[in-house]
Design a protein around this ligand. Structure first.
Ligand SMILES: Nc1ncnc2c1ncn2[C@@H]1O[C@H](COP(=O)(O)OP(=O)(O)OP(=O)(O)O)[C@@H](O)[C@H]1O
Ligand SMILES: [Mg+2]
Length: 352
């Protein structure tokens, strides 16, 4: 309906280390920040992106939502990991409707799961530049069982999960809203979280390559625990620059440096793989986000390895913020952590 008011929706990102919530209102053709919050999860609540301890997560999400005093129960959330497959494929040119009708059949050869066990979605990117009779399509398949666990969790919180997105597409959304699209540019968006690194390469604003790497910031914590004999809490304090008795700051710095190299090496492998499989196209710019992007050595190490400039993705760049309600310093410091949730909050009904 032309004049239907778009539904108010909140973005909730259930990460493996914490839950983040962002609420945006539409204002003057853009967005106004209306609410945000985060809450830490117990270490084993999410393992390999799967919900292990739904009881604790429900309590935490409920608490977070209540603290915001929201009117809407509508939620946009996202998933990622092994149970989600994203493929760029080529098909003969067809309409959206024809695609809708044949997706089950087309998907079969690309998806390593039983088609009856997955939810399928697609986005037509446009004609193939090398063959006008073909079009490029992004195919997404997510295991039903996995999706249903997330849907059930939100229902248990008394919420209405309306949009189920993919982490890396939420980041892409944030990038598009804040930086626009440049037809000639190849950029990589890299979300570096606690237990995974999601890589998404865009050409002319369209996703052409994605990769989920199953390592992340918990490597820092685990290495500090292992090498210095600390417990989880103390290791996290030390990682974030706090003082721990009998631990030399240099020892922490050395561990951070080693772990950074092992994480950025994984990113380099993915980017090299992209180049090798796409007629040697090169990524020209990299934008990083997620908690790990806050480690200063990460940006330097990536620049060194990839030979291109690396920028911190600012999710609030084009978002109106009332400084009476939100501390600009907090927003700047926590932007990387809230990026996925911000991208989800930008979703509206009818969006794919
Ligand atoms: N200032 C900081 N310096 C170093 N590391 C940090 C900092 N802040 C957060 N981290 C690390 O970032 C990670 C959390 O980032 P983020 O919130 O993006 O992850 P997540 O969304 O919970 O995880 P995932 O997306 O992998 O499921 C943790 O490993 C944490 O130790
Ligand atoms: Mg995350």
């Amino acid at each position: 309906m032309l004049f239907q008011k778009k539904k108010d929706i909140i973005g909730i990102d259930i990460g493996s280390s914490s839950v983040k919530l962002v609420h945006l209102k539409e204002a003057k053709g853009g967005y106004l920040l209306a609410g945000l919050g985060m809450a830490t999860l117990p270490t084993e609540a999410i393992v390999d992106n799967a919900i292990m301890d739904s009881g604790s997560i429900v309590e935490i999400v409920k608490g977070l939502v209540e603290s915001q005093r929201l009117k809407t129960k509508n939620v946009a959330t996202s998933i990622s990991g092994h149970s989600v497959i994203i493929r760029k494929i080529q098909l003969p040119i067809m309409t959206e409707e024809e695609m809708e009708a044949s997706i089950q059949w087309e998907a079969e050869q690309y998806i390593p799961f039983e088609i009856s066990e997955v939810n399928l979605d697609f986005q037509i990117l446009g004609p193939d530049p090398h063959d006008a009779s073909m079009m490029n399509v992004i195919l997404v398949a997510a295991k039903k069982e996995f999706v249903n666990d997330y849907v059930a969790l939100f229902r248990e919180c008394g919420l209405n999960p309306l949009v189920m997105d993919i982490d890396c597409f939420a980041v892409e959304n944030v990038f598009e809203v804040n930086y626009g699209t440049n037809e000639d540019e190849i950029v990589a968006l890299i979300d570096m979280g606690a237990s995974s690194i999601n890589v998404n390469v865009l050409r002319g604003g369209m996703s052409v390559f994605t990769r989920d790497i199953q390592v992340g910031g918990s490597t820092y914590n685990e290495e500090i625990q292992k090498r210095l004999g600390l417990n989880n809490e103390d290791a996290e304090i030390a990682l974030l620059g706090g003082e721990i008795a009998d631990v030399a700051p240099q020892a922490i710095a050395d561990i951070i440096e080693d772990a950074t190299e092992s994480l950025t090496q994984e990113v380099q492998r993915s980017i090299d793989f992209f180049s090798a499989t796409s007629s040697d196209e090169k990524v020209q710019k990299v934008y990083i986000t997620g908690g790990v992007s806050k480690v200063p050595a990460v940006k330097k190490s990536l620049e060194h390895r990839l030979g291109v400039e690396v920028f911190a993705l600012d999710p609030w760049r084009q978002i109106a913020v009332n400084e009476k309600d939100f501390d600009p310093e907090y927003l700047q410091a926590m932007g990387p952590i809230y990026t996925v949730a911000a991208g989800l909050a930008m979703r509206r009904m009818g969006d794919k």
